[in-house]
Design a protein around this ligand. Structure first.
Ligand SMILES: [Zn+2]
Length: 195
């Protein structure tokens, strides 16, 4: 993808080239099977390939006029950093699991009362981890101006109410119970891409 320009087609090409978007026969964490899988860490693995995504998302979030970017660990850390690089004077924090089902700021990270922040994720599916980070921000007295993501995989209501800005909207990816999976019926081997 050429620097400084964005097209959905070129974005899809970069996902395919890096192995961040796979077609095959996949076992999902839900136990269901699918013919498509996203591994966005394979995109963030390549800073040069990531840059058009980061620059474009930074442009589309610029009107929020925030100086603090928060990435939910682990997938949001690199995207948040890559977006914040486009905003001089900004800072990047990440929230991580608190060991009790929520998300928390550790490592000495602090949010000031009234501080406006934007959350940046690689992909949003249900929004449950974003919602937990939003709760952590509000718990610290901060204000979430919006959420940015490279890929919006949602197909239903999100777990948060703040506005979502995503570069690609993927929509509903087909998935099946093993009993009804057409790929199983074809005898295609099942894979677990994350392991
Ligand atoms: Zn199957």
């Amino acid at each position: 993808m050429a620097m400084g320009t964005w097209s959905d087609e070129a974005a899809w090409d970069s996902l395919t080239q890096t192995g961040a978007y796979l077609k095959g026969h996949f076992l999902l964490t839900t136990g269901r099977h699918s013919d498509q899988f996203f591994l966005l860490a394979r995109l963030t693995e390549h800073p040069d390939m990531l840059e058009p995504w980061a620059k474009t998302l930074a442009e589309r979030l610029a009107s929020l006029d925030v100086q603090t970017v928060i990435g939910p660990a682990v997938g949001g850390i690199i995207p948040a950093f890559a977006v914040a690089r486009h905003w001089p004077g900004s800072r990047v924090l990440f929230a991580e699991k608190d060991g009790d089902g929520g998300m928390a700021f550790k490592r000495g990270f602090r949010i000031e009362p009234g501080e406006r922040v934007v959350l940046v994720e690689d992909a949003v599916t249900t929004g449950s981890s974003v919602a937990k980070v939003i709760a952590a921000v509000k718990g610290a007295g901060g204000e979430v101006a919006g959420v940015g993501a490279f890929v919006d995989r949602s197909h239903g209501p999100l777990a948060f109410e703040e506005p979502l800005t995503a570069l690609l909207k993927v929509g509903n990816i087909p998935n099946w119970n093993a009993d009804h999976c057409p790929l199983c019926q074809e005898g295609l081997p099942l894979t677990r891409p994350k392991s």
